[in-house]
Design a protein around this ligand. Structure first.
Ligand SMILES: Nc1ncnc2c1ncn2[C@@H]1O[C@H](COP(=O)(O)OP(=O)(O)OP(=O)(O)O)[C@@H](O)[C@H]1O
Ligand SMILES: [Mg+2]
Length: 359
């Protein structure tokens, strides 16, 4: 029961508007937490950035009333935290827009946990965008295990022109990886300031030139390093990769709340490893269930961008250095990634970052 109730709760929350505004409190990012117990007890955490505490109190009351009106709800506990706008403004300032002045859209590919296919999606998305005629770069910011050099089949070191590091270019995509410029064995134990320095080098010292899209492959998880990177890279939005299991919802939610902390809007959710197509009989088996990504997107109030099936050809693409969209440009996977790339372009264009605060 709690799952459908949770959906209903989010639906109701999306009907609550901030006084005087046309947008709802979910799209403003004011809903921090929703916990639905089987007993029918609902706990809602609101975090509202405003100078006008009385309006935030009005929202809190409206939420209590709206949720309390749902049939299955026995008890509503609304916890309100009012954030002073100055704190939110500072978070935005630390993201320095002068770091990549010639890049129109910087898009992070992220996940709440490791191994869900973030790098695979990032690479195939980047190559698909390039094939569609966009100027594209990809930055591997995974301090724990940069995998893009392997996925692009690059073994050599980058060239340097004076003070500038020249990015590699493969399949129409400019590429630079943390793996080329730092010793990743020691990077594992880095603290915030060191992570920041390496990231600054990737952003500032590499000759990226003018780009329409830069895809950033983030390290897995939602710890300090990830937070620092999301804060420092001038991100215009984030794409979350998830797998179809119900449990993935928990990780996706963690990822979402990390981006909220640094005011980065979520472009949407991609479901990877969605159904296995047997190469012998052609039958599809939903190894990790199906529809989980879509459900996660719905529950979390995000756009669902599409799904990528589980297929050894996609894995081979990663291991061989020739991404599947390059190796089989007319295949079904290239078509899936093309559609995903279109969805990302559309969602990024339509995406209005939430306002930092309401005065
Ligand atoms: N759709 C897919 N079909 C088959 N294999 C896949 C698919 N997506 C990813 N893989 C494989 O799963 C493994 C993990 O993928 P990948 O490295 O992209 O994940 P990741 O989320 O970036 O991992 P990490 O958290 O370690 O950075 C790789 O071997 C990759 O080739
Ligand atoms: Mg990876």
């Amino acid at each position: 029961m709690s799952e459908s109730l949770e959906k209903a709760v989010w639906g109701k929350l999306r009907e609550v508007r901030f006084p005087g505004m046309s947008r709802d409190i979910v799209s403003f990012g004011f809903v921090d937490r929703v916990v639905v117990a089987d007993s029918g007890r609902v706990e809602i955490g609101l975090e509202i950035a405003t100078q006008r505490a009385e309006l935030a109190e009005d929202v809190s009351r409206a939420v209590k009333e709206a949720i309390g009106g749902l049939d299955e709800v026995q008890e509503v506990d609304v916890q309100l935290r009012i954030q002073r706008p100055v704190a939110a403004a500072q978070a935005a300032v630390s993201r320095d827009p002068s770091l990549l002045p010639e890049v129109a859209n910087v898009i992070a590919v992220a996940s709440g946990k490791g191994g869900v296919g973030k790098s695979t999606v990032a690479v195939n998305l980047a190559v698909s965008l390039a094939k569609a005629g966009h100027r594209v770069g990809i930055l591997d910011a995974d301090i724990y295990g940069p995998s893009l050099p392997m996925m692009f089949g690059i073994q050599e070191r980058p060239q340097v022109d004076g003070e500038r590091i020249l990015p590699f270019e493969r399949y129409g995509v400019k590429l630079m990886s943390l793996g080329f410029i730092v010793d990743t064995d020691t990077a594992m134990i880095w603290r915030g300031p060191m992570v920041m320095k390496a990231i600054e080098q990737l952003l500032g010292d590499v000759e990226w030139g003018a780009l329409d899209y830069m895809i950033v492959d983030l390290p897995p998880g939602t710890g300090d390093a990830q937070l620092t990177i999301s804060q420092r890279v001038p991100l215009s939005g984030a794409v979350m990769v998830t797998t179809p299991q119900d449990i993935a919802l928990i990780d996706a939610r963690k990822g979402l709340s990390m981006f909220k902390k640094v005011n980065v809007p979520i472009i949407g959710i991609i479901e990877n490893m969605s159904g296995f197509v047997c190469s012998h009989c052609g039958e599809t088996t939903d190894i990790f269930k199906s529809g989980g990504g879509e459900k996660t997107a719905e529950v979390l109030g995000c756009t669902f961008l599409g799904r990528v099936p589980l297929d050894p050809a996609i894995m081979r693409g990663g291991d061989s250095g020739v991404p599947v969209v390059e190796a089989e440009p007319d295949g079904a996977h290239a078509e899936s990634f093309r559609r995903l790339a279109d969805a990302v372009v559309a969602a990024a264009a339509a995406n209005q970052p939430p306002k930092l605060s309401i005065f």
